[in-house]
Design a protein around this ligand. Sequence first.
Ligand code: AMP
Ligand code: MG
Length: 488
Amino acid sequence: MSVLPAQALRLDDRFATALPEMAVPWQAEEAPEPRLLALNEPLAAELGLDPAVLRTPEGLRLLVGTTIPDGARPVAQAYSGHQFGGYSPRLGDGRALLLGELVGADSSVRDLHLKGSGRTPFARGGDGLAAVGPMLREYVISEAMHALGIPTTRALAVVGTGRSIRRETLLPGAVLARVASSHLRVGSFQYARATDDVDLLRRLADLAIERHHPSAADAENRYLALFEAVLGVQASLVARWMLVGFVHGVMNTDNMTISGETIDYGPCAFMEAYDPDTVYSSIDEGGRYRYGNQPLAAEWNLARLAEALLPLISEDPEQAIALAVETLKTFRPRYDAALTDGMRAKLGLPVDVDDAAVTGLVDDLLELLQANHVDWTSFFRRLAGAARGDAEPARLLFLDLAGFDAWLQRWRALGPDGAAMDRVNPVYIPRNHLVEEALDAATTGDLTLVEELLEVLGSPFAERPDHERYAEPAPQDFGATFRTFCGT
Ligand code: AMP
Ligand code: MG
């Protein structure tokens, strides 16, 4: 273990200092032969890090955690979580480390975190490692989400370790360096609550307020206000997922942030043909986290957060429950409002079209999309053409032409704006067959497809010449059997 001079990179240890009970000082495992596979130069620059320095051998050791800046205190974070509905009291960073916090010139605070950096005391049966494919997968999909304007953790780099790891076969190992506005999760609160130490719970809640929801500090009941703020950002986040067809795949309470950022890209994927029952994760046998169930899963997770916060909401348990339930009831209307606003924008409709008209139109559209197996992303892009007078490309997606034409007429009567639609409906999403193809190549050492995919997904709304294959749905034989695995 070597130490980088503090002037090269300064990391705070705010989490470790504020919540020592939830922070186990730990260090990364040696990486025999670090090799840079992907570096997010714009993000590095935004963070005040010099990409040229990160590319040096010393920089790579920093990105795999074997060199730490002077004064930094890497920790594995403790958390609990409901996984597919079952409670695990002790999860925590089994193969991850919080290196520390990066504090910007504007005082913004962001976590610098590693995934795949070796076993920690939370590793249970796991080897603490990660493979190149799943780490690049998180890089590609989280950066695509960011380019789509959806709150998410960011990927700073993926570094191959030079070590093989054992999965179904031997695979090359890698470490992902990730940046997040924090790694506080619903599961963090469940962990603190389970200790019965109300002071710890309060310190955690105060840190969450300070870092993510500072306006809650001025509320009459600041912890109820914290709950309400988390509920608000999550309602908005899940609506954003639904609008682009994103299926997270593993919405366990340890994978739901307090900040409202999307986190932990494991068995996630983007829906192609519209179907609320879409599920890609090989471990989600009951379809708990299927596309159409995501709002309910989020609400369920928020109920677990409320339970954890009860002792802070009121000293009187009955009163605490009543207040939490009353707030929880606002999730559905908030989610519905966010979804309706988003659908209004996707359909290019003016703001003065009232909610009921939008909802009616959307309900009928969804029925048509599902019955005709229409690709979600292509449809909205082609529909913008219909707003400009050429409905043929959109019509080609339907078998039930009479049904679609009747819908089209109602929609057109509301005066949709095609240019506005093109600003919110992406041409390019990380299509599953393209992601798999690029990751397979990367696993054998060829990064060109990953680089090209990242380039296209970085500007998802701008159609490019000669990039048709990036806009098309998967070939039929791929789509039907596609499953994603948990990235372990
Ligand atoms: P996830 O499903 O990726 O959110 O992970 C759930 C829990 O399993 C977390 O506590 C992870 O740290 C832990 N975990 C996942 N993969 C591994 C691994 N290969 N080694 C150790 N812990 C792991
Ligand atoms: Mg997780």
